[in-house]
Design a protein around this ligand. Structure first.
Ligand SMILES: [Zn+2]
Length: 292
C-alpha cells in the first residue's frame, strides 16, 4: 500500500482530493471506512484534540491501524487542529499518519517556529523508524468550532484583505518545511444554519498553490457548494475536511432512530441508523472530492 503522502501527491496530480472526516466514536470510524471502501478511494480519519481526548489517543490509532491491516484498505489517521508541539509529538508517537500544528491564531513568527519544531520531530522519527508522518501548517484564522451557527466567528478571515497572503504562505512553507498548508481562502469552520457558506476565493487558492508548490488543505468545507469545493480542488487543494455535516447527520440519524423506536435500548440497533446517516454523507462527499 502507498503511504498517505503518496496518495495525497497522487491526488494533487490527478486534480482530485482525499477526503478527511472527523470522528468522536467507533460508529464514525466505520461510517468513513465503509463509505471509502465502497468507492475504493483512500480516506483520512481526523480527530481534534477534544475528539481524541474522548476516543483515547492510542486507542483511535489502534482502531484505524487495525482496519487498514485487516481490510488492506488505505485508511489513515490525522491529528486534526493541534495547538502545541507536545500534543503533535504525542500523536506521532502513538502512530498517527499525519498531524496538524495549528498556530493560525499566533503571530507568524511564533507560528513558524512551532510548526518547524513539529517538522523537525517528524524528521527525527523518520530517521529512527522510517515512518513518514505528514505535518500540516495553518496560516490565516478561519474559526475553531465545527458547529452550526448564524454568524461568522469573530476574527475569522472572510474578507479579501484577511485571506492568507501569497508571500506569507511562501515564507511559511519555506521556513517551516511543512508537507501541506491550510490557508484561509474564504473558508470557515462550521456551517451556517441558513443556506450556504460564503464563496471560496479560488484565485487565492491557485496563487498560493502555484507559489508554494505544496498540496493545500481545505478546512471547513461543510456548507460550501459542491462546485466551489471542486473548483478549489482543481486550483490545488488535495485534502478536504468535513466535520460539521457528519455531526449533524449523526445527531439527526440518532434522533430519528430513537423517535421511531422509543423503547429500544440496544445501542447497536439505534446507533446503526446514526452510522448509516453519516456514511451517506461521507459517500456523497467522497464522490465530489474524487469527481466520481
Ligand atoms: Zn479544520
Amino acid at each position: 500500500m502507498k503511504s498517505l503522502k503518496e496518495y495525497i501527491h497522487e491526488a494533487k496530480e490527478k486534480g482530485i482530493a482525499v477526503g478527511h472526516f472527523n470522528v468522536s466514536n467507533l460508529e464514525g470510524v466505520y461510517a468513513i471506512a465503509d463509505a471509502a471502501q465502497a468507492l475504493n478511494v483512500p480516506v483520512i480519519v481526523g480527530v481534534s484534540e477534544g475528539e481524541r481526548d474522548f476516543t483515547g489517543v492510542l486507542e483511535i490509532a489502534a482502531v484505524v491501524k487495525t482496519l487498514r491491516e485487516e481490510r488492506n484498505q488505505p485508511i489513515f489517521l490525522n491529528a486534526d487542529h493541534t495547538y502545541s508541539i507536545e500534543r503533535v509529538k504525542e500523536a506521532i508517537d502513538a502512530g498517527f499518519d499525519a498531524a496538524i500544528f495549528d498556530g493560525a491564531q499566533l503571530g507568524i513568527e511564533e507560528n513558524i517556529a512551532k510548526a518547524r519544531g513539529c517538522v523537525e520531530y517528524a524528521k527525527e522519527v523518520k530517521q529512527k523508524t522510517n515512518r513518514d508522518v505528514i505535518i500540516e501548517g495553518e496560516l490565516g484564522y478561519i474559526g475553531t468550532s465545527s458547529k452550526v451557527f448564524t454568524e461568522i466567528p469573530e476574527g475569522a478571515a472572510i474578507t479579501d484583505e484577511m485571506l492568507t497572503k501569497v508571500e506569507d504562505a511562501v515564507r511559511f512553507v519555506k521556513e517551516t518545511g511543512v508537507d501541506m498548508l491550510a490557508p484561509a481562502v474564504g473558508n470557515i469552520h462550521g456551517m451556517f444554519a441558513k443556506g450556504k457558506d460564503p464563496a471560496l476565493n479560488i484565485g487565492t487558492v491557485k496563487a498560493i498553490s502555484e507559489a508554494t508548490g505544496v498540496p493545500l488543505v481545505l478546512h471547513g468545507a461543510s456548507g460550501n457548494s459542491d462546485a466551489d469545493v471542486q473548483a478549489a480542488i482543481k486550483a490545488g487543494v488535495a485534502v478536504v475536511h468535513v466535520n460539521t455535516e457528519l455531526r449533524v447527520a449523526y445527531r439527526e440519524g440518532l434522533e430519528g432512530a430513537l423517535d421511531a423506536k422509543p423503547d429500544e435500548v440496544a445501542p447497536y440497533k439505534y446507533e446503526k441508523v446514526a452510522k448509516e446517516a453519516m456514511q451517506k454523507v461521507v459517500e456523497e462527499k467522497l464522490r465530489i472530492f474524487n469527481f466520481l
